[in-house]
Ligand binder design. Structure first.
Ligand code: HEC
Length: 100
């Protein structure tokens, strides 16, 4: 019982990541599998210049979320909301770097 109480205190203090956290590695794998080839054919290279060009469309974390959903809808990919979150976190951590 005491141990359980201690764990709860640690979790509340943020010392233990008990809540589901986005998995950037998973986001990268999903992006490479489902998204990259189309971006490649548009932008050349590995396609990532879409995210780094000066006139990129996405200008905020909310906008990134929307664009990822738009691309999912346009392409009929079946990705869960958690999978989308992993992809958004991967793209943000790697290219966009918006503050959370
Ligand atoms: C069938 C083609 C296709 C697929 C598959 C696709 N996209 Fe896209 N994506 C596009 C096009 C087209 C654009 C807009 C390019 C432009 O405006 O020049 C775009 C743009 C984007 C942008 C915005 C880039 C910017 O300007 O800031 C993001 C983010 C993005 N896609 C994420 C994804 C993700 C994540 C997936 C996979 C779930 C995905 N896309 C799958 C075609 C695709």
């Amino acid at each position: 019982m005491k141990l359980k109480a201690l764990l709860l205190v640690l979790a509340a203090a943020g010392a233990l990541p008990l809540a589901a956290q986005a998995d950037i590695g998973n986001g990268k794998a999903l992006y490479s599998k489902d998204c990259m080839s189309c971006h490649r054919s548009i932008a050349g290279g590995d396609g990532s210049s879409l995210f780094t060009r000066p006139n990129r469309h996405v200008t905020s974390l909310g906008g990134l979320d929307k664009q990822v959903k738009r691309c999912r809808a346009n392409t009929g990919l079946s990705l869960s909301d958690n999978q989308l979150k992993d992809i958004v976190d991967y793209l943000n951590a790697t290219y966009y770097k918006f503050a959370k």
